[in-house]
Design a protein around this ligand. Structure first.
Ligand code: C2E
Ligand code: CA
Ligand code: CA
Ligand code: CA
Length: 277
């Protein structure tokens, strides 16, 4: 569990135990969280390595719990994934993310917004229509949106997942494979999916300066991705040395606390203006 202390970023209540019987209470509270407007999207910058330009942001959900304060997604998304609650969360995130992205483009902030889909979402045949509806309502250009999926989300029913992905891609939305290297990777699906981006998981990135085998894995992954025509994002970049090494390896985009923490939408707007000046 990440414990952040920076202003404007997530601060999680350390006394909160997700494994206690409180889970049951939490579950019923989750039912109300959307209606009560307790969910909030934070935005973390994605920066192009070669020139340091802000090119995107990843939307990361937080729950402003009335008693426990700001809770991170690791505490409540797994709970929601056990029921149909996750569908409500996903439609809320898409609605909120598309609307915010449309507003940023109206204000002249030309960025691509990455939105996380849950494994369950790809087994929902109604997801393409939901996305089409929100696209129409917000006037979003699908080229401004990247949907992040994980390797494991393809495993339950690969054909169904592939069908959902292809229908959404046909509308013009981009796809990214998230947490690459942590699931059961298969090169065959990498080839079959309409992917734009591969994100190397933080667990491989954070130690590359000290750990030779991590550096080898990251180097090989960047080459593989480039040979498949994919853009590579490294996540979890926490210091200048890691960034320098990734630059030398030809990584395209970086994300991590060194570049910027997940921020509220207002903090992100302000941060992006400071980058320009
Ligand atoms: P993820 O998609 O891999 O997101 C990256 C996580 O790494 C985020 O944690 C982010 O705050 C954290 N992070 C970013 N840079 C650094 C860094 O430099 N160092 C360290 N130690 N951590 C960093 P977060 O926000 O707690 O999200 C956890 C996971 O929850 C996400 O992992 C994603 O799988 C899931 N998630 C977040 N938002 C959503 C959402 O809207 N929908 C769904 N389905 N899942 C979400
Ligand atoms: Ca992600
Ligand atoms: Ca990730
Ligand atoms: Ca992750």
């Amino acid at each position: 569990m990440a414990q952040n202390s920076n202003k404007g970023s997530a601060v999680y209540d350390p006394s909160f135990d997700a494994h206690s019987p409180k889970q049951l209470t939490l579950m019923s509270e989750l039912h109300q969280s959307i209606e009560n407007q307790e969910l909030e999207l934070f935005y973390q910058p994605k920066v192009r390595v070669k020139d340091g330009v802000l090119t995107g942001a990843e939307a990361l959900v937080r729950w402003n719990h009335p008693k426990h304060g700001l809770l991170g997604p690791d505490l409540f998304i797994p709970l929601m994934e056990r029921s149909r609650l996750i569908q409500g969360l996903t439609s809320w995130v898409i609605q909120e993310g598309f609307a915010q992205c449309a507003q940023w483009h109206q204000e002249g902030l030309d960025i691509v917004l990455s939105i996380n889909l849950s494994a369950k979402d790809l087994n929902n045949p109604e997801l393409p229509d939901l996305i089409a509806g929100i696209k129409g309502a917000t006037g979003i250009n699908p080229a401004w949106i990247t949907l992040e999926i994980t390797e494991s989300s393809l495993m339950t029913d690969p054909d169904a997942a592939m069908a959902v992905i292809n229908r959404i891609h046909a509308m013009g939305f981009q796809f990214s494979i998230d947490d690459y290297g942590t699931g059961y990777s298969s090169l065959s699906y990498l080839k079959q999916l309409p992917l734009k981006e591969l994100k190397i998981d933080r667990s491989f990135v954070s130690d590359i300066v000290q750990n030779e085998s991590d550096a080898v894995i990251v180097n090989a992954t960047i080459n593989l991705a480039h040979n498949l025509g994919l853009e590579v994002t490294a996540e979890g970049v926490e210091d200048a040395d890691t960034l320098a090494l990734l630059k030398a390896e030809g990584c395209d985009i970086v994300q991590g606390y060194y570049l910027g923490r997940p921020m509220t939408k207002d903090a992100f707007s302000q941060w992006s203006q400071e980058q320009e000046s």
